[in-house]
Write a protein that binds this ligand. Structure first.
Ligand code: CU
Length: 459
């Protein structure tokens, strides 16, 4: 097993020729704004024009995020070896499957299904006419229609998962991105054939060099065991527990554009300490009050359509911050504690978030409980700001009960950034990216706590 959280994509001959074909196609299709300036060692991209004006706070995020329900069956049934005749891509057999899927280890897998699809009419900014309904790529769960982020999966240590990921992306799409997929569960301790290796990409007609055949789906086996499984036995070393994760497309050469098109979702893992129930274990805010927030920087053309420059080796810095698929959305919250699981989806912008009042004159403290996947040994209380780089996560607990009903607050990014290479300085007032409205009392008392000890870290 391989614990993989980096993205050093191998350059294989097949992948290389694929990329060359793609570059040729892109050069033919677009007038890429690249200028070689004399006296400079590298290509200087012409800056893209700014995105059209947005209308803030016109769209509400859902009050709560309901996790994807497991299915009773998958059709065809999952198999140890790739079911190529049944449409699966030619992956390697699931490693150690018989050994792991027994009681006391990873158990019989729960079955989930995600379908990578285009949503033809996504709205980024409500009915703002500058941002027309437009195609995005995302994942469809148990109800029709792909979304970005895709469905949130709740998993548990000691309870394995088979997640079937079907590929129904359009082969004849226009614009950036490529309709082959390879889905990486970022940060998780996962068997290599299920890890979304960059060259494990597949569609009905194309497969990467590490697969033996293309296919319309791939079954990912996630044992949901701690690292240290072989060293410690049982479920592994619980100090290695990862809680706040995400899945994202990881296809060779097109990870950034495919994720920018919307190809990511959240995956949370619970256990005996971080139970997902605020009456047991650490009793952290749970259920409707455990809320994932995913931030991505995007740029839109003069017609309000999502844009990217695949030929720019520097990437593209977005000038709009999209929160759970929406620009400047509103989250209505109950007057109680929330666990907000922040994720920077990238591709380029770093954030440093503060919680502010409407006048921008007060910065309110919150408590940080997790850094990337791991709970901290102890919470950091009275924290005023948290910085997250692309792919980083931070879980914070915000206690909205300290504010009167109908209070409005903003989550504000105070980190400047002018190119894709690094962030700049922290500057007030910053950019408001999300509005909170405390619009109700909780229907039942807030039983959650943030204990002074969370989870020990291994030395
Ligand atoms: Cu990743």
């Amino acid at each position: 097993m391989r614990k993989d959280s980096n993205h050093h994509d191998p350059v294989t001959p097949v992948a290389y020729s694929k990329r060359r074909t793609f570059l040729k196609a892109s050069l033919a299709a677009t007038a890429a704004p690249m200028v070689l300036t004399s006296g400079k060692a590298s290509a200087q991209p012409t800056p893209l024009p700014p995105s059209p004006p947005t209308t803030p706070w016109v769209e509400d995020l859902p009050n709560q995020i309901t996790p994807l329900a497991p299915l009773a069956t998958l059709t065809p049934a999952p198999t140890l070896n790739a079911n190529i005749a049944g449409g699966e891509c030619g992956r390697a057999p699931h490693q150690r499957y018989a050994e792991l899927t027994v009681p006391g280890k990873a158990g019989t897998p729960l079955l989930f299904q995600l379908t990578a699809k285009e949503n033809p009419a996504w709205l980024f900014n409500g009915n703002n006419p500058y941002y027309p309904p437009q195609p995005i790529w995302g994942y469809e769960g148990n109800t029709p229609g792909a979304t970005t982020p895709g469905p949130t999966i709740h998993a548990r240590y000691g309870q394995s998962v088979i997640c079937r990921i079907r590929n129904q992306l359009p082969q004849n799409h226009t614009g950036f991105g490529s309709p082959e997929i390879s889905t990486h569960l970022h940060n998780m301790h996962t068997p290599s054939e299920s890890d979304g290796y960059a060259s494990d990409f597949y569609s009905a007609v194309q497969g990467g060099v590490t697969l033996t055949a293309p296919g319309t789906f791939n079954d990912h086996f996630y044992p949901n065991l701690y690292a240290g499984f072989d060293e410690f036995g049982g479920l592994g070393d619980s100090r290695e527990a990862l809680g706040s994760l995400f899945y994202h497309d990881h296809t060779e050469g097109v990870t950034a554009p495919n994720v920018l098109k919307g190809m990511f979702g959240r995956y949370m893992v619970f256990d005996a300490l971080d139970t997902g129930d605020e009456t047991t274990g650490l009793r952290l805010p749970s259920g409707a009050y455990d809320y994932p927030l995913s931030f991505s920087d995007k740029r839109f053309d003069s017609g309000g359509r999502l844009t990217f420059d695949e030929l720019n080796p520097e990437g593209v810095l977005g000038d709009k911050v999209v929160v759970n698929g929406k620009i400047e959305p509103v989250l209505r919250v109950a007057r109680r504690k929330y666990r907000l699981r922040l994720l920077n989806v990238g591709p380029s912008r770093f954030y440093e978030f503060v919680l502010q009042n409407t006048g921008g004159t007060i910065v309110y403290p919150y408590t940080q409980i997790a850094n990337d996947g791991n709970l901290l040994p102890a919470p950091i209380v009275n924290q005023l700001r948290v910085r997250i780089a692309p792919a980083e996560r931070a879980d914070i607990v915000v206690d909205f009960s300290r504010f009167p009903l109908n209070t409005t607050l903003y989550l504000v990014n105070q980190l400047t950034q002018v190119d894709t290479r690094r962030p700049g300085v922290v500057q007030s007032p910053g950019t408001r990216v999300l509005k909170f409205i405390i619009d109700r009392q909780p229907p039942t008392p807030d039983l959650s706590v943030v204990p002074s000890v969370l989870r020990p870290l291994r030395d």
